[in-house]
Design a protein around this ligand. Structure first.
Ligand SMILES: [Zn+2]
Length: 371
């Protein structure tokens, strides 16, 4: 497992690339032994106990929590963000864990195989932490996988988050009731998949004067109402917040300012005394942290979508390992580097220093900046 963790920390992108570093003195220091071959590493990944990896993640969380490294934002609520992520798709190889869909082309219909997992990530004051992932199994929908993830997540991290935040797919009675019954709040984007609820909100908001607010650099108009009854499958009281947001960006072409706007609806169980409108808007947008600091970073920078070994356990092992490595790296970057060093070195630069350590034949200098 220690060898595979290096695969992500140095962002090599393949087991063969990792195996090519076998002769580096780094390995005897790190493993006390030689690096196994690419084949062996792939086989090991199919046999790793995912429960052990999740236990390491829990220890990392507990240590950060004890060290008071996970503060809540000013509004006091830590978000647990749920998100589905499709890892790869192929027409050729498949395994017992593959999901399938039919792709219609002009010539023929073809069966495509793919994998999807749901992740749970914490978003706090100025940090994010990926906690766990659960694969969607053949024959079930993404929400079913998410409920399994939530069950395990709430048992392992009972007080880690206050409100579950997710995209429109999760505005689903199964999720709302499950979370609400367990003493947590939930907030999801409200989209056309709930036409009656959306229509109800639109017509009620049309009679109300909005309040003015701000979210980051955006000027906003907010509408906020509690007590919707158009969603009877949900036991909790339903509140809907609408935010119309305006901001300007400088056009690259001619330097002119261009006006931008967006409109959001969120449906939530959060009561107004617990979360004022501004907090709901902020939490709603924190869903996008998972795009920026979560899987987007894993995919673009950490090669998390690469199929190191197409086998259900190995795919989950590599996902969990990538999450763990990203957490360790982000926390190191945020907590162990002095602010001046952070200013001087981007996260990518720091990652390259870690890579350099692997290739360095001599005992490498610490990537920490001098005091
Ligand atoms: Zn598969």
């Amino acid at each position: 497992m220690r060898a595979l963790a290096v695969l992500f920390l140095v962002r090599l992108g393949s087991l063969n690339a990792l195996a090519q570093t076998r002769r580096q003195p780094f390995w005897s220091r790190w493993l006390g032994a030689d690096l196994p071959s690419a084949d062996t590493l792939g086989r090991v990944a199919t046999q790793i106990e995912v429960g052990d990896l999740r236990a390491v993640q829990r220890q990392a969380y507990a240590r950060l929590k004890r060290g008071k490294a996970l503060p809540a934002p000013a509004h006091g609520l830590i978000a647990g963000v749920l998100d589905g992520h499709e890892s790869h798709a192929t027409f050729r190889r498949h395994c017992p864990g593959c999901l399938t869909r039919t792709i219609h082309t002009t010539a023929e219909d073809r069966t495509q195989y793919y994998h999807r997992h749901v992740s749970l990530q914490l978003v706090g004051a100025d940090w994010t932490l990926l906690l766990d992932a659960e694969p969607q199994r053949p024959g079930e929908d993404e929400v079913a996988a998410a409920l399994r993830l939530l069950e395990r997540g709430l048992a392992a991290y009972p007080r880690a988050f206050d409100v579950l935040v997710a995209d429109g797919l999760y505005a689903d009675p199964r999720v709302f009731n499950y979370v609400w019954e367990r003493g947590k709040d939930v907030l999801a984007v409200l989209k056309d998949n709930h036409p009656a609820l959306l229509e109800d909100a639109r017509s009620l908001f049309a009679t109300l004067r909005p309040t003015n607010g701000r979210h980051r650099t955006r000027t906003c108009q907010w509408w906020d109402l509690t007590g919707f009854t158009t969603w009877p499958q949900v036991a909790a009281p339903i509140r809907i917040v609408r935010s119309v947001e305006r901001w300007s960006v400088q056009r690259q072409r001619d330097g002119q300012l261009e006006e931008q706007h967006s409109e959001w609806f969120w449906v939530t169980t959060l009561a107004p005394p617990r979360a004022p409108t501004a907090a709901v808007v902020q939490l709603g947008h924190s869903r996008w942290a998972i795009e920026n600091a979560g899987f987007n970073e894993l995919v673009t920078r950490w090669h998390a979508d690469h199929v190191y070994r197409h086998e259900p356990t190995a795919l989950l092992v590599f996902t969990l390992l990538a999450m763990l490595c990203l957490n360790v790296f982000l926390m190191f970057y945020r907590r162990d580097l002095k602010p001046a060093a952070r200013q001087a070195a981007s996260r990518l630069h720091m990652a390259r220093l870690v890579t350099a350590e692997l290739y360095n034949a001599r005992p490498a200098a610490s990537p920490r900046a001098p005091p």
